[in-house]
Design a protein around this ligand. Structure first.
Ligand code: KG4
Ligand code: ZN
Length: 478
């Protein structure tokens, strides 16, 4: 995520700086820039605590000067320079700058190509600008080209979160508001569909209104209204659909119907540029799928669960252990202090498919047996045993699938992607591929994910009509 550089980033920044420039800026210099220079702003792109890129932007009246941009060596040629430029131009535009200026060594073809692709133009050549006698190009990009980044307003209501977000096509988040019904459903030990729909009806207007206010724009300023068209609980989906259709109708905007799981997948774009072909391991309360994605419009399910979804298994196992809903975070926490003690069966399924009901039933039987015998269950150990079997089956199948379908990127998506042990296993196992683990706040349902997926539909011109019906069991291949 790109944010303002802070003192904590400086150790990593200076290391990249020393490896990238013949006359590197010192740590002191960076520190001084951060603390004392009101005219400049330093930005860093940090992924999982690692600084991958940074840049320095100076403001001079209606102009700004890009005095530095660097990408850590192993992350070069992966779109991070472009991502940073997108961010900086959006920031500069918002501050009222009309032009962005930079100098580049004429022999630095890689940097020149990046700026050229981004729309910078050469305005003059500075002879022998560098100490070694190299020339420099002065390059400029106009920031007011009349073409504003398009914006979408997105609504999510497929299960037990009511959410609305506004985002532009440069991936700037203008607002994101989520309210969860978990506390209410926890009382019943699971999501009660009728209660969920009723609560969406109560929440939706306030949530949409807050998202619009937070973004500081009017619905007139957005270019499309998006909503989750499926899969999900039908009553819940209807509430989002009606809200989106009302806005689209009143403000005369095109309507985009988003597949919920595409949202879980595309939100990873806020972390890193996605490279295709890509594999997604989608693990949520309703789905467990391995999806092969050749490009942003081509999705193929190559493995799926034959019975329960993995999140559902977590929730049911927690319930058997008399723990609260949702069970995923509880089991995750309990397993941390557990040990290998209980034996549970490994699911045996051919190919890339999954099965979790045998495992779930084995836990159920074990608990019944122990309770009947008057023995106390060690919850930590049971959570550990269940989790190791369930997660290792996810990892094993993903590994197998990547052998037959080599990919550049692997993304984890959905609520169970928040699981700490799954993240650990995946980080250890998938070292030779660009692995993206969404930050925890992006794992569970939100509307930013729907906006991310909607931008792909907007670019492809894929809209839905006002008579589109919600599809509770829609496939990602549709
Ligand atoms: O994606 P999501 O928010 O909703 C659906 O689209 O289904 O996923 C919810 C699921 C629940 O089953 C919940 O127990 C599970 O994600 N979950 C977790 C964790 N956090 C949430 N499962 C395992 N470990 C977690 N830390
Ligand atoms: Zn979800």
């Amino acid at each position: 995520m790109i944010e303002l550089m802070k003192e904590k980033d400086l150790e990593q920044v200076t290391e990249i700086e020393n490896g990238s420039f013949s006359k590197p800026w010192s740590r002191m210099y960076f520190l001084n820039e951060i603390a004392n220079n009101d005219l400049s702003e330093l930005y860093v792109d940090v992924i999982d605590g690692e600084v991958v890129a940074y840049a320095d932007l100076w403001y001079m009246f209606e102009n700004c000067d890009l005095t530095k941009i660097a990408v850590k060596e192993k992350y070069r040629h992966k779109g991070y320079g472009y991502k940073m430029l997108k961010h900086l131009t959006a920031v500069a535009k918002r501050k009222g700058c009309e032009f962005m200026h930079l100098e580049v060594n004429v022999n630095n073809k890689e940097a020149y190509d990046l700026y050229d692709r981004f729309g910078f133009e050469i305005v003059r050549t500075r002879k022998r600008y560098y100490e070694n006698g190299d020339d420099a190009y002065d390059m400029i990009k106009g920031l007011i080209d009349g073409k504003e980044a398009r914006k979408v307003l997105a609504i999510e209501s497929s299960c037990d979160e009511t959410a609305c977000a506004i985002m532009d096509e440069d991936l700037n988040v203008l607002s994101s508001v989520v309210t969860s019904q978990i506390d209410v459903h926890a009382r019943f030990g699971g999501v009660i569909p009728e209660v969920a729909s009723r609560m969406h009806v109560e929440q939706i207007s306030t949530i949409v209104d807050s998202a619009i206010k937070e973004a500081g724009i009017s619905v007139d300023d957005v270019d499309a209204i998006a909503y989750t068209i499926g899969p999900g609980l039908i009553g819940s989906l209807h509430v989002g659909a009606i809200a989106a259709k009302s806005l689209a109708f009143f403000y005369e905007k095109p309507l985009i119907g988003v597949h919920h799981l595409k949202g879980h997948i595309f939100i990873n774009e806020l972390i890193k540029p996605l490279q295709y072909p890509m594999m997604a391991l989608v693990v949520s309360g309703g789905h467990t799928e391995l999806v092969y994605i050749e490009n942003d419009q081509s999705f193929r399910i190559i493995g799926t669960t034959l019975d329960d979804a993995v999140g559902e298994a977590y929730d049911k196992v927690a319930r058997v252990m008399h723990e609260a809903y949702p069970g995923g975070p509880v089991i995750d926490r309990l397993a941390k202090d557990g040990q290998a003690h209980y034996q549970l069966p490994t699911p045996k399924v051919e190919g890339y498919d999954f099965s979790f009901s045998g495992l779930k039933n084995a836990v159920l039987q074990l608990v019944k047996k122990e309770e009947a015998a008057g023995n106390e269950i060690d919850k930590n150990d049971l959570a550990y045993a269940f989790q190791e079997v369930a997660l290792n089956s996810l990892i094993r199948k993903t590994k197998l699938a990547l052998k037959e379908y080599p990919c550049k990127t692997l993304v984890l998506a959905g609520g169970v992607a928040a699981n700490s042990r799954l993240r650990e296993l995946a980080s250890n196992e998938f070292r030779d591929i660009d692995l993206i683990l969404p930050p925890l706040k992006y794992c569970t349902d939100n509307a930013l994910m729907i906006a991310c997926a909607a931008l792909h539909e907007l670019k492809a011109g894929r809209f839905v009509s006002f008579d589109a019906s919600s599809q509770p069991s829609m496939s990602i291949e549709d």
